[in-house]
Each structure stands twice: as structure tokens, then as C-alpha cells.
Design a protein around this ligand. Sequence first.
Ligand code: ZN
Length: 452
Amino acid sequence: MIFAKQAMLSTGWAQNVRLTVSSGAITAVESGRMPQPGDTLVDTLLPALANLHSHSFQRAMAGMTEYRMAGKDSFWTWRDLMYRFTAHLTPGHIEAIAAFVFLEMQEGGYASVGEFHYIHHQPDGAPYDDLGELSSRIAAAAATTGIGLTHLPVLYTYGGAGQVALQPGQARFGNSVDRFNDLVVRAEMAVGELPADCRVGIAPHSLRATSPGDLSAVLGAHASGPTHIHIAEQPKEVADISAWLGARPVEWLLENVNVTPDWCLIHATHMTLGETRDMAKSGAVAGLCPITEANLGDGPFNGPSYLEAGGAFGIGSDSNVLISLTEELRTLEYSQRLRDFARNVMVVGEGSVGEALYTGAACGGAQALGRKAGTIAVGQLADLVAIDSTDPALCALQTHQLLDGLAFAAKDRVVTDVWSAGRHSVKGGRHIRRDQIVDGYRSAMQSLMAAL
Ligand code: ZN
């Protein structure tokens, strides 16, 4: 049982709430109660967010790409360094880094993660003896940390728009559709050993890394479940896809593929007004990664038009240059304010921006990961986060202002507890396996740095 002084339920704020959790799900919610002996006591309970888009290994190169070289750095020069880095990653490194990254996400208040996983093979491109070796490593990191994993093996077949051959730096990513389908079967076996809330989806990397025929084949083989794709992140990508397929990326996808609410379109940064409205109507989730999009200079999302059209969105940490839920929320809103010379943008009509950001991302994130979560109600997974409303950053606020405080005024230290489908992995602000996981990460980084 969890007892919270206050909780944001699906029906609104409630006081003195007792929550019963059984087999990972919420089975009873009672307000106006007294705590009972044995209850886990928390201050303020919220539905925990899903982190819908992560490449965990990229955390290990955070801070290594912020030095300005001669000429102009860009997304594409960042990508070149990322490729050099991946050449030295071993399965052990990948597992240790993922465990540390998942720990950081949980300590930041996320209950689950969509791991968009595209390193599959050995550095020369040869498959491991077990085709799903690296998927198993991601699953092992999820088992160690207790995070709710939606594992998204990536189909990456071509090096650029127009079915260009893979570059040497992309050899570890490559699969034909047939081998990808075998890989998904192996990933399902690995994830099948995790708790029942964990699952496998698919992720065609991007339109430039696949072809219309391959995309159709892979979607035919995986007709339902989470389907994620990077799309329209950079102007060059829009130009390349337009030149190749005769339509802008989002436009082409919506016209040629049955995009359903199972889909998550990562970034969707560069859209016309028509694309923005059509994407919202599709019911797909916009996978926004505000810190990474700022770090890579992608540009701001078309927030106001998308929200007005009823579009769903969630938050991802993508490159993991910094893992901070509160920072993601405020960076999303601030990107809109800076572009529009306006305040309080990411809310339709009147209302709290923090609440609109938080509750929107909670529901959209859960939808994107195929988790029955995003609100606190009977029947939902117990994906929960407790924050401390007596923290100096929040202590002057009334209950209805707490999510504004969380989004704009607080640091992640206000997070005290996190449950992923009832697994209580963060207590008192610390992950229960912090020492072991951080030691493993330090060792992996020492070994990796020696190899670079
Ligand atoms: Zn990404």
C-alpha cells in the first residue's frame, strides 16, 4: 500500500490517498483515508512519465561533442563522431551504460523507457552468434534497474535517402527486412523474461534508412504494437526525402502508410501547417526530445497548431546528453516562447502550462510505449512518482500550482520515489541499486576510453 498526503488522480487532485497495488497494477484508490502500519508514506503522488525515446549508449559520449571545430559543426558532424564511438562498444559496455542511463531516468522520475535500439552487430557488421545479443543486453539492464522497458529494435538498411549503401560507420546497424524479422523474434525472447509490462515494438529508423518497399514489408509482418520512426528532424532530411520520394517526410508517411495511434513520430520538427494538422488527426504521438533537439540545433516543434488540432505528444531523452525530466518539460515550453515571443504557449485555451505539459506527456508517453499508464486510476499500471512538495523550490505553492513548480522551478531532486508497474526502484531519491550500477558504469567507461 502507498499512502500519499495528496495525489493527482485521473479525476483530479485528492488528499490523503491510499493506493493498493497488485501484480503491477493499481487495484484500489481511496481518498480521505488515514495511513496504516506498513504503508509506504509519500508526500505528493503523480502518474510517472514514460521516456518514449532513448538511445542509451549515446549517454557515454555526452560532453564530448561540444567543442567547436574549424568550420561549422552540425548534426551531421555530431553523427560522424557518434559512429566512431560506436565502433568500440562491447556488449558489456552497452549493458553497463544502459543500466546507468535507466537508473538516471528513474531517479529523474520516469517509470519506463522506449529504447530505440540500433546497434545490433559486431563492429565489422557481422552478427553476433546470437543475433539478439545486444537486445539481450538492453533487457538485462532493464532487469537490473526495474524500469518498464519497451524495446524497439531498429530496422536500418540504407545509408541515406535513395537506398544508398551503408557507410562503414553504419555496419553495426544494418539488417535486411528478413534478418530484422528474425531479430525481433530474438528480442521478444529476451524481453519475455522480464516482467509482463515490458514489451517489444519495432522502429524503422527513418525514411532515409529504409525504402518504401521494405517499409511496407516490415509493417506487414508487424501489424500492431508500438511503431516508432525518426522523422523530419533536420531540413536536409526534408530536402533529401522530397527530392527522392516527391513529398516531405511527414506528408509522405501519412499518405503512404496507415499511421495509427500505435505510431510514434520522433521529432516531427519540420512540418507545414497541413502536415501538423494531418499528423494530429492520425492519432499518432509526437515524440518530442526537447533537450536533444536544442543540443543538435534541430529547431522547435510546431506546438500551438499541433495542440489546437488535438495532437498527442510525449517526451524522450534521445541522445541522453542530459537526463532530466523537469529540464525536458521547460525546454519544450521555452523553445516555443523563444520562437513566438510569447509566454504560456503549450496549453490550449486557459490553464496551467505545467499541468498541460505533464499530463499530456504522461498520457502520450504511455500510449507510445503501449503501456496502460499515464493516469492514476484502478486498472492502470502502477507507474508512479512521488515528489516532495516541502522542497524549497515547491513549498510556497498551492496544490494546483505544483506541476507549474515542477516544470519551471524545481530540480530533479524533488523526486523521492518511483515505481515501474509497482516495482519500487527509487526510494529517498536514490535508486536501490545505485552503487552497483554506478560502479559498473565507471568500469565500462574506463575500458571504453582506453580503447578509443
Ligand atoms: Zn533518436
